[in-house]
Ligand binder design. Sequence first.
Ligand SMILES: [Zn+2]
Length: 270
Amino acid sequence: MAKVQRAIKPPAKMEGPERVERQDQHFSPEIEVKQLPSGFKPYPKNIQVSYRPFSMGEIKKMGQDEISLDKKFEYVLKGITVINMDKMQLTVADVLYLSMLRKLTIPGVDTVTVTKRCVHCGGYIVGKKVFLGEVEFQDLKTELPVSFEYEEVKYSFSPLTIGGLLEIAAETNEEPNEEQLLAKTCVSPSYEEALAMVTRLNNDVPYNSPDLAVLNTIDSMMYHGVAPIKLVCDECGLENKISLDEEEQGVLVLPFCEDPAPVEARISIG
Ligand SMILES: [Zn+2]
């Protein structure tokens, strides 16, 4: 699909109506967002979304031990305010982006330094700084929901919500497979019926079945998020990319992430 990308203004420079000066219990400003990777398409028209930077207390707590997916998103969602919709209805991609905003607006932090091993030559790309101003979206292109008919049943889809992800993660011990994740994006009929259909199309029909092609197209139509951030390797000059929805997401999304060995990606602040 063609990429329509656009830069997002760094909130630090936002003034006037973009910035809602409402104090919460953490005494940090709430900042209203006007742009999200989903383009607000899955949401009611009158929705308002705002966030506040991660607090020092949250940074401390999130830096402790290995935390579960549940707990991780619980901390992330605490600093996100949604008016006129349950915040569990936010898409996963929008929540990851909002978490990144929460991180990049911590007082005194406007860049995240990424260190990554080059996928081409294996050398380390050290100290690439990511600024909020250079973040681009891969927008959700379609209006919603997207539907198709299979064996006289109409299946309707909308992008995976954070509530849906946490439900399916809990049911599968944090290891949902592709089919379960896709079925979870079905808004009608039920998840169980969608899972039966998805499983049947993936396993029981020829790989070139037009029905399977339709399903795969719908799956890709749901895609949206922050565009991969480019890192050029000093050693070989080739481009690497880092995405919010990949393993290294902690670097861009969470205030601190574990420092695994071998170290593939690390973060420093400032
Ligand atoms: Zn390289």
